[in-house]
Design a protein around this ligand. Structure first.
Ligand SMILES: [Zn+2]
Length: 229
């Protein structure tokens, strides 16, 4: 007692109990961080219909050398909603205007629609695909301010999926290509059983569903959400 009191008076600017308090706090914060890694925070987002464009199609639609104009960031780092929009014409000559382009540019153009959009445009069996997997999918006519592109393929309903980094994948015990379950609670709640796992070093944990899926499960009505293997 005496030693500790003398030390705190003559040498240390703070007392032993204060040091212990700080150590405890730092340790708790450290543990809390560890817990965050162990139980990452999940966000679920509804993606409205949109288009990804390749260099060649952007040139045709908006003029040679056009760059996408940043409008707002998306949850996944580096992705953004562009100011540019186009019009899509479907097989029944019906159209949807103000179809938003998402950046950055891709190697191939692709349009992601909800089933409701697809039926409205006349696509009766729009394939459900992961982004980028567009072989054998229907095409469409895309109209921009400077030109028209006839996509041979690339119109899909995006399969519901979850983005995560390798540490998060380890936490859930899943690998690329696995499918998980997503339970949405609440009055209109339901469970999705085919949530595709996509793993990327820079990914932030989040589920992407389309507007039909989000409306069906009342995503906006609840915070009771659970992702499990
Ligand atoms: Zn996604």
């Amino acid at each position: 007692m005496a030693g500790s009191s003398a030390a705190s008076n003559s040498f240390a600017p703070i007392g032993r109990s204060e040091v212990e308090r700080i150590v405890r706090q730092v340790a708790l914060e450290y543990l809390a961080k560890g817990n965050n890694i162990a139980a990452p925070v999940l966000t679920v987002q509804a993606s409205s219909r949109h288009m990804h464009v390749c260099r060649e199609d952007l040139d045709t639609l908006f003029g040679p050398g056009t760059e996408l104009t940043f409008d707002r960031p998306l949850f996944q780092e580096g992705n953004f909603a562009a100011k540019e929009t186009v019009t899509i014409v479907g097989p029944r000559s019906r159209l949807i205007s103000n179809l938003r382009i998402l950046g950055p540019m891709r190697k191939q153009s692709q349009v992601e629609l909800a089933f409701t959009d697809a039926i409205m445009l006349g696509f009766n069996d729009l394939p459900v695909r992961l982004s980028g997997d567009i072989a054998g999918t229907p095409g469409a006519v895309i109209i921009g301010p400077k030109g028209v592109v006839e996509l041979k393929q690339g119109v899909i309903r995006a399969a519901i999926h979850v983005h995560m980094n390798p540490a998060e994948a380890a936490h859930f015990g899943v690998s690329k290509g696995d499918r998980m379950n997503l339970r949405i609670g609440g009055d209109a709640g339901l469970t999705f059983n085919n949530v595709h796992v996509r793993i990327d070093d820079k990914a932030r944990l989040n589920v992407h569903m389309d507007t039909d899926e989000a409306n069906a499960c009342g995503l906006h009505l609840t915070k009771d959400i659970e992702l499990y293997k």
